[in-house]
Every structure is written in C-alpha cells, then in structure tokens.
Design a protein. Structure first.
Length: 245
C-alpha cells in the first residue's frame, strides 16, 4: 500500500507543480499511477498565487487525478470569511482572517480585490464573493478533515492524544500543536501532518511532520510511505527517513 503526501502549500503554485512532478516521476518508475497523493491542507494564504493553487487542484480533481485534499486552519478561515465577514473560525474567534500576518488579505489581493486597510470587511467580502470563482469555493467546502489509509492517518495539524482516531474533532485536526507534539505514545497509526514549520521533513516514532515552511520562503516537501517505510521525494529521487531518537 503506497501513499504520497505533500505538506503545507500556502499559495505557492510553482512549488506545488514541481513537487507533484517529482511524485509523478516516482510513480512512473513503479508503474503505480493510481497511488493517492494526500495534500495536508493550508492550500491558501501567505504565498503569491492562491487562485492558481486552488484552480490547479480543482482542475486536477475534475480530470480524475488521485488527489486527496485535506482542510487546514487557513483554508477553514478563508471559507468562513467567504460565508460572512463576521463569521470567524469556530475555535479561534480571536483571529480575523484579514488581520496582519494571517494571510487573508494577500490571498484576496491575488484575485484582484482591493484589500486596503481603510476598506470595511463587508466591502472586501462583497468583492470576494463576486471575484472568487465558484469552483474555488466548492473546493474549500469539500476539503476533508482527515484521511486514513492502512497504518497511516493524515491530517493537517495533528490529533488529540487518547481520543480514538475516528472520533477526532475538526478543531484539533486543523489547530492542535503542543499537546500533540509532546505526546510520545503510540496513536494506533503513524500521524502524518503539517501546520508547524520545521527545518526539514522530520519523522518521529509516532508522527511525521511535512511542513518545511513554504509559507516563509522554505521548500515544499513530499514523502512516499510504503511497506512500513518513509522516503522523502526529491528532484533526484528518494531519500530514506529514519525516526529521530
């Protein structure tokens, strides 16, 4: 059972296309075109081409690409803002998608929307509803909170330790950090996640972090998981990963 996974994209279409090409080259060597590619969420915000990323992914799915798209906290914030400018993330009511450093303004500016600070959120919302294509809204609405395949559980941020994997709350799946990171127990599956940037793809004994900071100028990373092993996918082929001690 072979699965590929890609970390947090954050609006970097060029990096996404490059990494997807590396995966297709790996698949071609193996003759396994149907192996799924799980995208771990945070498709949007902070990068230069959110419309390009969402459009590319929507087209690929419509053409039958074996891609699975998971929901990240940034994707969820964008979806909620597009429903209503006064509808914050259910867990993080203290955050506005339009506030500095979150990334919503940059995402909407890429659609050609005026996101000047002197414009009211209601005005920006109205323009967003007019300019963001329905296919992009549909894609955000259809993102999955998690995906389980064999002994691997894929999600954006992580899981709440001690809670059965099929009973995880979406708030934890898209937002959790320390409580998950600090728990060393076996979770019943290898948890593959992003959300918290690390300097390089890092395999632990119970989890695998794929967020290598594309949002902040770092690379976009991908892995393949098969036969109990994990390999990073690169331009020059596979690199085996071993758990940190």
């Amino acid at each position: 059972m072979r699965s590929y996974a890609i970390g947090d994209i954050h609006g970097h279409l060029d990096k996404l296309i490059e990494v997807q090409r590396w995966i297709e080259e790996d698949k071609a060597r193996l003759g396994d075109a149907d192996a799924p590619v799980i995208h771990l969420g945070d498709l949007v915000d902070r990068g230069p081409d959110v419309p390009g990323v969402l459009g590319h992914l929507a087209r690929g799915l419509s053409e039958g690409a074996p891609w699975i798209l998971l929901k990240g906290n940034h994707d969820r914030m964008m979806w909620h803002f597009l429903q209503s400018p006064s509808q914050p993330d259910p867990l993080r009511g203290d955050l506005s998608w339009l506030q500095q450093n979150v990334g919503g303004r940059e995402s909407l500016a890429a659609y050609g929307i005026d996101v000047s600070p002197d414009r009211a959120p209601e005005q920006i919302h109205a323009d967003a509803r007019a300019r963001v294509p329905a296919a992009h809204l549909d894609l955000l609405d259809a993102l999955q909170p998690f995906h389980r395949r064999g002994g691997t559980f894929f999600c954006h941020a992580g899981i709440r330790p001690g809670v059965p994997l099929d009973q995880q709350a979406e708030d934890d799946l898209v937002w959790i950090r320390a409580r998950f990171h600090d728990d060393l127990r076996d979770h019943g599956a290898l948890i593959v996640h992003g959300h918290t940037p690390v300097a390089q793809v890092t395999l632990y004994h119970n989890r695998l972090n794929l967020d290598t900071g594309a949002a902040y100028g770092g690379p976009l990373s991908a892995v393949v998981i098969e036969d109990g092993g994990v390999w990073q996918i690169t331009a020059t082929g596979r690199i085996p990963l071993s758990p940190q001690s």
